[in-house]
Each structure stands twice: as structure tokens, then as C-alpha cells.
Design a protein around this ligand. Structure first.
Ligand SMILES: *Cc1c(COP(=O)(O)O)cnc(C)c1O
Length: 215
């Protein structure tokens, strides 16, 4: 209700569903209508798929994956985050070999955690996306707000929100549009509703906890 009807809810189940157990949590969430799950590793993605009771459930890997599991992800329709150019090139290579597009999310660096694509690489990313469009399905453009639960980070989060908007507009100007724009974790969705966009990645709040006392 809070995020609205048109927003996709991705249930974050990294860390073995925050300790609850992926194999118990996934079918339970599916019973509540959840069809999208975020995991950190390919091992967790395998576990989530094993636990799933639904054909229409999608699994997305939000952590770094090794080039050697990209093929597996493409074959199983698992989407994954791209943090660097090298991984994007590997995704194209594997997709060509398999003959099926890789479902990717470009993760943009908007803060200071140095994890994600930065403006220096954007032009190369666009070239690759255009040259290899039949091998890449751009499922998402994303970023992450670390520390959105603390009011001390208010200014930085605002800057990240602005930067994300600026970057995505730049991509759109180059003719690149993603299926979904997604940035919000629990604290961002609660404290900065404008971060909700097309999809939210909710971990802690779905287990019945507040991110911290301030929030
Ligand atoms: C862990 C994580 C989330 C969820 O964070 P919560 O604060 O538990 O809601 C969202 N996005 C990414 C990329 C994450 O790693």
C-alpha cells in the first residue's frame, strides 16, 4: 500500500533472508504475492530458485558475480548488476556464445562507496549497449543509498538522488532507456519517498524491523 500499485516490490533475501532461511522465506513471500527477489551471490540465486514454487518468480543478483557464473545466469533468466565495464563486456561475450540476451541492471555510482559505473565509463557503456543491443536486455538502472536511515546523511542522500536523475537523463539523451529505475532500500523508501520510482528493494522492513531508531 505504501509504495503504490504500480511499483514492483523486490524482496531482499541476501544473508540467507536476513537469517530467516531462504528456503522458508521464499515460498512464504510468494504466498503473499511477491514475484521478485534480490540476492547477493549466485549461490543465493540458486537457493532462491530451488525454494521458489512459482514459474513467474524472478531472481536478481545485486552483488558482484564472477564472469564464470554469467552464463548460468543468462540461461536461467537471472538478472544481475553491472558495476564495471569489464563485466558488461563479459556479459555480451557470454550472451553471444549462448545466443540469448543477458538481463542486466547498470548500477550507477552516485555516492562515495566507489561501487558502480561512473561518468568516466558512461560513453563506453553506451557504445557497447548500442553495438550489442540484441545481446543485452537493460532491465534496470540502479543506485544504492548507504546510510539512508541516518539523518546525518541527509545532504549526501539528496545529492545522490539528484545525481541519479542527472545520470539517467544523460542516458536517455543517448537513447538508452531501462525497463525499471530502482534505487530504494527500506530506509530510503521510508525517508525519501521520491526514491521509490519503478521498483523498491526492501530487506529489513519486510521482516518487521525498522532500519534504525531514527527512522
Ligand atoms: C541490502 C540491500 C538492500 C536492502 O536494504 P534494507 O536496508 O535491508 O532494506 C537494497 N539494495 C541493495 C543493493 C542491497 O544490497
Amino acid at each position: 500500500e505504501y509504495i503504490g500499485d504500480d511499483v514492483l516490490f523486490s524482496s531482499v533475501i541476501k544473508g540467507n533472508a536476513y537469517g530467516h532461511g531462504i528456503k522458508y522465506f521464499v515460498p512464504l513471500a510468494e504466498d503473499c504475492g511477491v514475484r521478485h527477489f534480490s540476492v547477493f551471490s549466485s549461490d543465493e540465486a540458486r537457493e532462491a530458485r530451488r525454494a521458489s514454487t512459482r514459474e513467474d518468480t524472478h531472481v536478481m543478483i545485486v552483488g558482484m558475480i564472477n564472469n564464470n557464473v554469467i552464463a548460468w545466469a543468462i540461461e536461467r533468466d537471472v538478472s544481475f548488476f553491472i558495476f564495471e565495464l569489464d563485466r558488461l563486456q563479459a556479459a555480451v561475450r557470454e550472451a553471444k556464445r549462448i545466443g540469448k540476451p543477458a538481463r542486466i541492471h547498470l548500477h550507477l555510482e552516485t555516492g562515495m562507496n566507489r561501487l558502480g559505473l561512473d561518468p568516466d565509463t558512461f560513453k563506453k557503456v553506451v557504445l557497447l549497449l548500442k553495438d550489442s543491443h540484441q545481446y543485452l536486455s537493460l532491465d534496470g538502472l540502479s543506485t544504492h543509498y548507504a546510510g539512508a536511515e541516518s539523518v546525518g546523511n541527509y545532504v549526501r542522500i539528496q545529492e545522490q538522488i539528484d545525481r541519479f536523475r542527472e545520470y539517467t537523463e544523460w542516458f536517455e539523451d543517448q537513447g538508452i532507456e531501462a525497463e525499471k529505475y530502482h534505487t530504494a532500500c527500506s530506509a530510503a523508501a521510508l525517508n525519501y519517498p521520491e526514491t521509490i520510482m519503478d521498483m523498491v528493494r526492501i530487506g529489513i522492513a519486510q521482516y518487521g524491523f525498522w532500519p534504525n531508531r531514527e527512522t
